[in-house]
Ligand binder design. Structure first.
Ligand SMILES: Nc1ncnc2c1ncn2[C@@H]1O[C@H](COP(=O)(O)OP(=O)(O)O)[C@@H](O)[C@H]1O
Ligand SMILES: [Mg+2]
Length: 368
């Protein structure tokens, strides 16, 4: 049997863990025309499972024939991509209706404009789209637009302006975005985009450790691996509920144990260095480099503690800074989900072995 774990980004994995009722609730909300979830933002760090979540919601919404789900990606002309994808996702009957719109020609490659409008501008697309949405509304068809990894740029700004218009005119068009916390907060700086921020926020928290343990147990035991409960709970702890880590650890353990079919402490010790390297290369380096200099100092002061759960008092003493300064950085790192509050006046890192990563990074910098 092939390795069922898949530590690559942006794909619905074969071993998928449900976050309780979250997807069901969100799908129900999207179906309700007056729901505040008409615009929603899934946010969280790299690797928590935003793209996977978005894809899963899209798949679920699409099961209802009254809905068309259109997946847009940043980095293309969003308006043009919306026209094309709506056409592609429409059924035969609807495609015919779209084709009846004057001046438009669709082919297997998407939209072709007639000669008079060969230099399409923003308002060309706006006109076409509104025409298309009118036809959809008459047919009772609703649209969910998904937009992965939003960033504040011109393209999003134009799109947001148009979406706001659609929304004001009550077209049944829902929008679900994902974004890194730092990119989401940048949207605040642009007037048009603050409209998007009024959407419902969906924070993706860590996966449940008990669920991880059960899942590892099922997958490995069903495939004839020998593993004790003790080792299974160690594995769950090694992931700390981080989605990417869950796939990565499962993947490495599977590959390393597939010959002997025995998963024990020895095996975990053996794969740990590779586990850490992959976490660093594929997630932590990007996550850490997005932090400000002061954020990094706070993280280092935390990592230098002998405890996993570090008191704010200890961090303040090590940084030798006033408490409002420290409180400010604590808040920033909490918002970015780098740290979590474990108790009153106490914080811990969210990601597995992030403490070790920060210390190692510091050693490298000292060596330079
Ligand atoms: N609910 C889940 N259960 C199991 N694995 C998941 C889940 N969500 C995401 N993953 C895995 O975590 C990794 C990161 O997911 P992805 O959606 O790409 O994260 P993000 O978009 O937040 O960076 C992928 O390997 C994916 O398969
Ligand atoms: Mg993603």
């Amino acid at each position: 049997m092939n390795n069922p774990f898949n530590p690559s980004f942006g794909r619905i994995p074969a071993v998928f863990l449900h976050r309780g009722q979250l997807i069901d609730d969100v799908v129900n909300e999207i179906n309700n025309p007056n729901s505040p979830y008409k615009i929603s933002i899934v946010y969280g760090m790299r690797g928590v499972g935003k793209t996977t979540f978005l894809t899963e919601v899209g798949k679920r919404v699409e099961k209802n024939p009254d809905w068309i789900v259109v997946d847009l990606a940043m980095g293309s002309n969003l308006m043009a991509a919306l026209v094309d994808s709506m056409y592609m996702k429409a059924g035969n009957e609807l495609q015919k209706i779209f084709e009846s719109i004057k001046g438009l020609n669709f082919s297997a490659f998407g939209l072709q404009l007639s000669a008079e409008i060969s230099q399409p501008t923003f308002s060309t697309y706006q006109g076409i789209l509104t025409n298309m949405f009118d036809k959809l509304r008459k047919k009772g068809i609703k649209v969910l637009i998904t937009l992965d990894e939003v960033k504040s740029n011109r393209e999003l700004k134009d799109f947001a302006g148009y979406y706001q218009l659609l929304n004001r005119k009550d077209y049944p068009v829902a929008l679900m975005m994902t974004g890194l916390p730092e990119n989401i907060s940048e949207l605040q700086n642009e007037d048009v985009m603050t409209f998007l921020l009024r959407g419902k926020r969906i924070a993706l928290s860590a996966l449940n450790l008990a669920q991880i343990e059960v899942s590892y147990n099922n997958v490995f035991k069903q495939s004839g691996f020998q593993v004790t409960e003790d080792i299974l709970s160690k594995m769950a702890l090694m992931t700390m509920g981080y989605s990417y880590a869950f796939q990565l650890l499962g993947y490495l353990v599977w590959n390393s144990a597939k010959k002997n079919k025995i998963i024990d402490q020895n095996l975990l010790d053996k794969i740990k260095p590779e586990y850490l390297v992959e976490l660093d290369q594929n997630a932590y380096t990007k996550i850490f480099s997005s932090l400000s200099k002061q954020d990094k100092k706070f993280a280092l002061a935390m990592a230098q503690s002998s405890e996993q759960r570090v008191s704010i008092k200890e961090i303040r003493e090590r940084l030798n800074r006033p408490s409002n300064f420290v409180a400010n950085y604590r808040r920033r790192l909490l918002d970015d989900q780098i740290i979590k509050s474990t108790n009153y006046g106490e914080v811990a890192f969210t990601l597995p072995f992030f403490k070790e990563y920060v210390l190692q990074q510091h050693r490298f910098e000292q060596g330079l």
